[in-house]
Design a protein around this ligand. Structure first.
Ligand SMILES: Cc1ncc(COP(=O)(O)O)c(C=O)c1O
Length: 410
């Protein structure tokens, strides 16, 4: 978490309002380099492709671009963001189970499109017929079983992959050049090794006698965490550990292949890149004890922080604003909404007073991009740039921002 003094937080509040998201650009950049270096050490043709859905704040996307990362998008809106931050289409990976017309136009523009299912495959085959003088390349999203407790709904199983290759053969100006996968809720090393092995096996089978242009392992790695947060997980591997069970396997498999013909190895980190590098600062506006249970009502909501705060205990810091505190046992930090379940943190034991600030860590992923227009508009996001200056990278939303799509006339 960022190390902030009370006076710094008060200055931020005066300048940008409260509550506030805070992006730590320096730490974000360092983490990016560490992940990139760990995998490149094993396999130099490794390429990060940042998962936009996790946090598509354009400032963050631009930071990734400056670091030479690609963009991984799953909708026309995210594709538009990538284009607006200056990506050429061939550095945008377009995934997703329902890309619609946007996916087809991205393919025509030259982006890297991974097809999820046979119906999408048929639509692609139809569309490329309109351009017989050009040739197009696609990837296939592979479905796999890593021993997870559910059947993933994404990608194609081997039976459908065979059919997809058949469809592509019929479409004369289309070829399959890559394989993609992403399995969520499987962040351990064994699962990563298994996905790399399965992908290499499929590449051998479906690209016999040649190599795919790329293998894309998706993401689902653990990123770095504050110790109190990390302690809530069984084992958190390092980037070097992940590199050994993925990039090294790819390097060994293609050791005899020339540099030019080796496939690019993509991963698509989202939470891994951004989670730890956004903090959220809320303020205690009321404290009450009801039937023996204490609550601190904050000027924010679980919707600002994202689902993780309901599943785990986020790392927090309390900054006392100088008023007379009282000591509480088992206090819950609750939000401004009228939902009973709007609880951001449970069982706080310690001193607290109205006016104190609560700094939540690890809220980079699925937070501001996941905030519904429910009861309050969203607050601003500020970056602490590498230069040490602060700058607004998402302004506070106004009522007008949220209301303008509704009709107020009968
Ligand atoms: C296709 C795909 N790639 C990448 C990601 C990002 O994964 P993570 O946030 O675990 O790095 C996701 C997340 O759901 C995804 O669906």
């Amino acid at each position: 978490m960022m190390d902030l003094s009370l006076s710094e937080i008060e200055r931020l509040e005066a300048a940008f309002g409260s509550p506030l998201y805070l992006f730590d650009e320096t730490a974000f950049t360092q983490n990016y380099h560490e992940l990139d270096a760990a995998l490149k050490k094993q396999y130099p043709k490794y390429q990060i492709s940042y998962s936009y859905k996790t946090n598509y704040t354009p400032y963050i996307c631009s930071a990734v671009k400056r670091l030479n990362g690609y963009a991984e998008v799953v909708s026309g809106m995210e594709y538009e963001i990538a284009r607006r931050v200056g990506y050429p289409s061939d550095q945008i990976i377009f995934n997703g189970p329902n890309k619609g017309e946007d996916g087809l136009s991205a393919l025509l523009e030259g982006s890297i499109v991974n097809v999820d299912n046979l119906d999408e495959m048929s639509a692609v085959c139809e569309r490329v017929k309109d351009f017989p003088e050009k040739s197009f390349e696609i990837g296939l999203r592979v479905n796999m079983d890593l021993g997870q407790s559910f059947t993933s709904r994404f990608g194609m199983d081997e039976r459908d992959i065979v059919k997809a290759f058949d469809l592509v053969k019929e479409a004369r100006n289309l070829s399959v050049v890559g394989l993609h996968c992403h399995i969520s809720r499987c962040r351990g090393l064994q699962a990563w090794q298994k996905r790399a092995e399965i992908m290499l096996g499929l590449a051998d089978r479906f690209f016999a006698g040649r190599q795919p242009k790329y293998l894309d392992l998706g993401s689902g790695m653990f990123g770095k965490m504050d110790p109190v947060f990390e302690a809530q997980f069984d084992h958190v591997p390092s980037y070097t550990d992940y590199a050994f069970v993925t990039a090294k396997l790819v390097a060994d498999r293609y050791a005899a292949v020339s540099e030019a013909d080796k496939p690019i190895l993509f991963t698509e980190p989202g939470t891994t890149l951004v989670n730890k590098y956004i903090d959220f600062i809320g303020r205690v506006d009321a404290v009450k004890t009801v039937r023996g249970k204490s609550f601190a009502v904050l000027n924010c909501s679980e919707h600002n922080l994202g689902e993780t705060c309901t599943l785990k205990r986020l790392p927090i810091k309390i900054l006392h604003a100088g008023r007379q505190t009282k000591t509480y046992e088992g206090l819950a930090f609750v939000g401004y909404t009228c939902l009973e379940q709007d609880v951001m943190y449970t069982d706080y034991c310690g001193a607290l007073a109205v006016g104190d600030y609560v700094q939540f860590g690890n809220v980079g992923g699925y937070s501001n991009v996941y905030k519904p227009p429910f009861i309050w508009p969203n607050c601003a996001m500020v970056a602490r740039k590498s230069s040490g200056e602060y700058a607004v990278i998402k302004r506070r939303e106004t009522y007008e921002d949220l209301l303008q799509t509704y009709s107020f006339h009968e």
